[in-house]
Design a binder for this molecule. Structure first.
Ligand code: GUN
Ligand code: FE
Length: 426
């Protein structure tokens, strides 16, 4: 962790009182300790000249599968259940320790170079320790866990089917090893894949364990109409109603997708404080549908963004997700719906709320973690619009090529395209 002084930046704070300011940011160890103008360098501080640069809070992606990065392009043009059965489950079953490690590293490299500093990640059934090793070494902030799949049958390859007891035990072993690792940069999140792949005893035990350890539960729900039909046949209930019936719908739950909800389900999500991870690119490419995010925002459901796995939308870039989140709603709901600020909030402070770290990440304020991204918005595709509102410029014009420096927990993990590993022990 460094002592760094960032000078002369345009700063998008996401702090409501002063959303955009010009000035300097001082980082000491893992924290932002001072924001102002004309700050004088102290001691051995590294100085970053951010003249003509824009400093933003690092993006927070609340739904990622690092284990799937190597499968990009191997499951194109299928819808969810076919995509899982024919391509993704057999590929996940074929992972070994080394392939999982490199799949994770490749995904993390892509995330860090495109400005993502925190992820909520779901691994596969086996070898998850190696994904945690990649996370530890890379410096990314992550909540991650092994996927849980103890429901037999359903075309799941035998290699991915687990016993309830061993699924739980392996999860707890990983939690005890990794939760809190690296100055708290890594957290464990229980990851039952979705209702279809899990037994009721497993889900209720996960509910109790997540309360006991105070960690998140990360799962998929109501992504696809075929999935919902299977859940209805299995449980006699709609997906979110079932999760609520089991006592899982609470503020520790992060639910990916939520494309097909009825009014009762939306009310449950809001009343219980469940966090929805909206994945627009994945929802489009897997032909799942278009989630009613304007409706959810209107009803005060907690919303954040995620790219999902690399083979879902072939891109882990948050710029892509923000732009899609905005533009897919406009034909039906009008041009001011899901404006640039709404999606930028989902990508930053919305994600921080989802992971329970609203007081630590998601905005640029004194006392918060130094999870920061420096953008050069004077590239050819953004330059002609330099007098446009910077948040609009980022959402509608910026790309990963504009990311110059990524800082996580006060550590420079990427500078001008070069990644640096932070954990020398691993
Ligand atoms: N539902 C259950 N598993 C998965 C997965 O790996 N990806 C997506 N998009 N949806 C799922
Ligand atoms: Fe997913």
């Amino acid at each position: 962790m460094g002592n760094i002084l960032i000078k002369n930046a345009e700063i998008i704070t996401m702090n409501k009182q002063e959303e955009i300011i010009h000035g300097d940011v001082r980082i000491k160890d893992d924290l932002i300790v001072e924001i102002g103008t004309g700050l004088i360098p102290q001691g051995d501080e590294q100085i970053i000249d951010a003249t003509n640069r824009t400093l933003i809070p690092g993006f927070i992606q609340t739904h990622i599968h690092l284990c799937q990065t190597l499968f990009r392009g191997k499951g194109d043009d299928l819808e969810l259940m076919d995509w899982l059965r024919k391509r993704i489950w057999p590929l996940e079953a074929a992972h070994d320790e080394e392939s999982l490690y490199y799949s994770a590293m490749l995904g993390i490299g892509e995330l860090i170079t495109s400005g993502t500093t925190t992820i909520v990640d779901m691994e596969t059934v086996h070898h998850t320790d190696f994904a945690f090793q990649a996370i530890a070494k890379s410096g990314i902030r992550a909540l991650s866990g092994k996927v849980m799949m103890d429901q037999k049958g359903g075309d799941v390859p035998e290699a991915l089917q687990e016993d309830t007891a061993s699924s739980l035990q392996e999860s707890v072993d990983l939690l005890e090893k990794w939760n809190g690792y690296g100055n708290g940069r890594i957290q464990y999140a229980f990851s039952p894949r979705f209702v279809i792949s899990c037994t009721e005893p497993l889900l209720t035990e996960v509910r109790d364990l997540s309360a006991r350890y105070d960690v998140k539960v990360h799962t998929h729900a109501s992504e696809n109409l075929g999935e919902i039909e299977i859940v209805q046949a299995m449980t006699g209930m709609r997906n979110i109603v079932y999760l609520d019936h089991l006592g899982l719908a609470n503020e520790r739950l992060i639910l990916a997708h939520c494309v097909w909800l009825d009014a009762e389900e939306r009310r449950i999500l809001r009343d219980r404080g469940v966090h929805v991870s909206h994945c627009p690119g994945s929802n489009l490419k897997l032909a799942s549908g278009i989630a009613d995010t304007p409706g959810m925002l209107h009803e005060h459901v907690s919303l954040s963004l995620g790219a999902d796995g690399a083979p879902c939308n072939n891109n882990l870039d948050m710029f892509n997700e923000m732009r899609l989140a905005a533009i897919i709603q406009k034909p039906h709901h009008g041009p001011t719906t899901m404006d640039a600020r709404s999606v930028f909030r989902m990508a930053t402070i919305g994600g921080a709320k989802a992971v329970g770290m609203e007081d630590k990440i998601g905005s640029i304020e004194v006392g918060k973690k130094a999870d920061l991204v420096l953008l050069n918005l004077y590239n050819f595709h953004t330059f002609p619009s330099y007098d446009v509102d910077p948040i609009s410029r980022i959402v509608y014009s910026a790309t990963r090529a504009d990311v110059e420096t990524t800082i996580i927990d006060g550590e420079i993990v990427m500078e001008r395209g070069l990644l640096k590993t932070v954990d020398k022990e691993i």
